[in-house]
Design a protein around this ligand. Structure first.
Ligand code: FES
Length: 126
């Protein structure tokens, strides 16, 4: 494989991700979330850049991911946070759909890793 060629890794089945749905996925021990909205599948870091809420418990509205804990929102094109927040951008990763497979760019994940999931705030556990 050409070193410059992105390496896409199958992480889930498209048939397991209904429109409007979120699922958790792992790629090389990195915790990701896959979300499907309006026919597009997004891959991004599991934990919120603010205080590590589990973004698999968020929602998508008008092209923005809304964190379930304090409601910061992130642009699903460039990851930029909503006004008024001083946070790192959401780490988003290229996705390729191959039949029923959802593949994520493993090189992008390795070069800009999403961080661990040890401190995830699980809002369903309260
Ligand atoms: S934990 Fe996501 S906005 Fe605070």
């Amino acid at each position: 494989m050409d070193a410059a060629e992105p390496r896409f890794v199958v992480v889930a089945k498209l048939s397991d991700l209904p429109d409007g749905g979120f699922i958790r996925a792992m790629l090389d021990h990195h915790a990701l979330v896959l979300a499907r909205s309006g026919g597009t599948v997004y891959a991004f870091q599991r934990t919120c850049p603010h205080e590590k809420a589990d973004l698999a418990q968020g929602r998508i509205e008008a092209g923005r991911l809304i964190c379930p804990r304090h409601l910061a929102s992130f642009d699903l094109i460039d990851g930029q946070v909503s006004r008024g927040w001083k946070l790192d951008a959401l780490r988003l990763y290229p996705v390729r759909i191959e039949g029923d497979d959802i593949a994520v760019d493993g090189e992008a994940v390795r070069q800009n890793p999403p961080g661990g999931d040890r401190k995830v705030w699980d809002l369903t556990a309260r």
